[in-house]
Design a protein around this ligand. Structure first.
Ligand SMILES: C[C@](O)(C(=O)O)[C@H](CC(=O)O)C(=O)O
Length: 533
């Protein structure tokens, strides 16, 4: 291996210049809102010596412009989840972005399918992004080639789609410790993603049917995750956008109480009872067949409250006012809260956040809008877009959340996901309100909106209909219900009619270019690239 012979002075000058370049880059309109907790020199020192350029940067800049245009106009992009390049190609005609959903990938892009538990390998979603991005490039190539086969005037009548729609992808909770997040980020950038989201959910603790809610990680862990991703994007010198998703809404647990900023939302038992785990163990040993019911009863008996709620329940109204005044608006730890309560409230406050801890050690957590706002505000400077993921669309909460964040960051971009099983009537939405929901949210700055799992509900529905038709009517049904309408659809659904979706012209052009010959009838007609040139 040859040694690098550069002088120390030259090496230092090169390094200093790289640091200056990074600093300049960070002041660009796309970058200037981001606040890094690390220096440009640290990033320069973390880079390798071979400068790389990533398509992810081009796609991110495109997305950045698109979403900011929407924000300024109070409009929005509407997209849906996709894992299949064929579906992605048709979306390009109506959507300006695509979403690669983790839930969908977990169902269809792995050898062992399962519910949206993020238990698939960390490269699963990046691989799907890579597949779709390459297909977008291919469509763009074949369309461009086909157009350039035609004389200039004829091109006016041809379809001309922008297949290079920026891809937004699901980074879930980063798939492990910080080095996993770094590796996943690298894969996303290399795959051509425009933006990906990282959530504050706990790894391995997504539960759906056991009557328990989501689990979030401490604020500090969430911010570290986002910082790890941002650092890796910076190391790569990419423009890739980071979407900070916060899952506090409807979260029932937090994994740890290491961060005092979370203390006011942690719930504890306010009566001296046996711990939940002891109670469950004893119940099971005594032959209980319904531990869920035992858990429910225990929760009732323990009167779970946050510390401040426990103070309010015990103190006189005057004492509580003195308590909250002394508390101020800072993020006091439980220890500080206890000390203030001791000074201001005459009775003792019983509060034990260990008694309710789950089998896996999680603490009970009170989800509320202020909790989401606090996290979103802390996360915002590390990312580009904010998403408060909601289990149910509560309009008042949606307005309150976005208004509070916008009061601090007026130009903030927001995202929103129409989770598949939203029950709109139950959430108080009239049909009119459902209709205006996207545009109402757009006025709050929610520039990017997604139905993440259409491919489950929608494709299942369409496939079931076609499977029935095929069984009952065979090829006649196919011709009448699929082929004829597909070929009659304008714009074309790219179903076997010229301009050839299959890319046959492109394929023939390769032969043609290599062999410098006409491709003959049935391929590209008599047109050859060499003749056009
Ligand atoms: C967006 C999401 O993360 C996904 O994996 O698609 C899911 C989708 C859903 O549950 O509808 C989520 O919102 O958690």
């Amino acid at each position: 291996m040859p040694k690098i012979t550069q002088s120390l002075d030259a090496e230092q000058a090169e390094f200093d210049s790289k640091v200056r370049q990074i600093e300049e880059w960070w002041t660009s309109p796309r970058q200037k809102h981001i606040q890094r907790p690390y220096s440009s020199a640290r990033i320069a020192s973390l880079r390798g010596l071979l400068p790389q350029k990533y398509a992810s940067s081009d796609m991110a800049l495109k997305l950045w412009d698109l979403l900011n245009e929407h924000r300024v106009n109070g409009t929005n992009e509407m997209t849906f989840g996709v894992t299949d390049p064929i579906i992605a190609s048709q979306m390009a005609k109506y959507q300006q972005t695509l979403y690669v959903s983790g839930a969908l990938c977990g169902f269809s892009e792995v050898s062992e399918p399962g519910m949206d538990c993020c238990d698939y390998p960390l490269d699963t979603v990046p691989k799907v992004v890579d597949k779709i991005f390459k297909s977008q490039c291919w469509h763009s190539q074949r369309q461009n080639h086909y157009r350039m086969l035609q004389p200039k005037e004829a091109r006016a009548n041809l379809e001309n789609w922008d297949y290079l729609t920026p891809i937004v992808a699901d980074g879930d909770m980063g798939f492990g410790g910080l080095t996993s997040t770094v590796k996943m980020t690298k894969l996303f950038v290399e795959a051509g993603v425009a933006m990906f989201h990282l959530d504050d959910l706990a790894i391995g603790k997504k539960k759906f049917t056991v009557g328990q809610g989501r689990t979030v990680v401490p604020t500090s862990e969430y911010l570290d995750r986002l910082t790890a991703a941002r650092m890796q994007i910076d190391i790569m010198g990419a423009e890739t956008m980071l979407l900070c998703r916060c899952d506090v809404d409807h979260s029932e647990f937090i994994t740890d109480v290491i961060d005092a900023r979370d203390h006011k939302y942690v719930r504890g038992a306010t009566v001296p009872v046996k711990s939940l785990q002891e109670t469950l163990k004893e119940a099971v040993e005594a032959g209980s067949s319904n531990p869920l019911e035992v858990r429910k009863e225990w929760i009732k008996s323990a009167n779970l409250l946050t510390f401040d709620e426990a103070v309010q329940a015990i103190a006189t109204p005057e004492e509580y006012t003195t308590y909250t005044t002394k508390l101020g608006s800072g993020n006091k730890s439980l220890k500080d809260r206890r000390a203030i309560a001791k000074e201001t409230v005459s009775k003792d406050i019983f509060f034990d956040w260990d008694l309710p801890r789950s089998r896996e050690g999680q603490f009970f957590y009170k989800s509320c809008v202020s909790g989401i706002v606090e996290r979103a505000l802390l996360a915002a400077p590390l990312g580009d877009v904010t998403w408060a993921r909601m289990d149910m669309p509560n309009w008042d909460d949606i307005v309150s959340f976005h208004e509070q964040v916008r009061a601090v960051f007026p130009d903030r971009l927001f995202a929103f996901g129409y989770t598949g099983d939203y029950d709109y009537p139950k959430a108080g939405f009239t049909p009119e309100k459902v209709k205006s929901f996207p545009s109402d949210m757009a006025k709050l700055g929610v520039a990017w909106q997604v139905q993440p799992i259409w491919a489950l509900q929608g494709i299942n529905y369409q496939t079931e209909k076609f499977a029935k038709l095929w069984k009952e009517r065979g090829i006649e049904g196919y011709v009448e219900v699929v082929q004829k309408p597909a070929l009659a659809t304008k714009p074309l659904t790219d179903g076997f009619e010229k301009p050839s979706y299959s890319g046959s012209y492109l394929c023939d052009a390769f032969w043609d270019t290599v062999a410098v010959r006409d491709v003959g009838e049935g391929g590209g007609g008599k047109i050859s690239e060499n003749r056009i040139r």
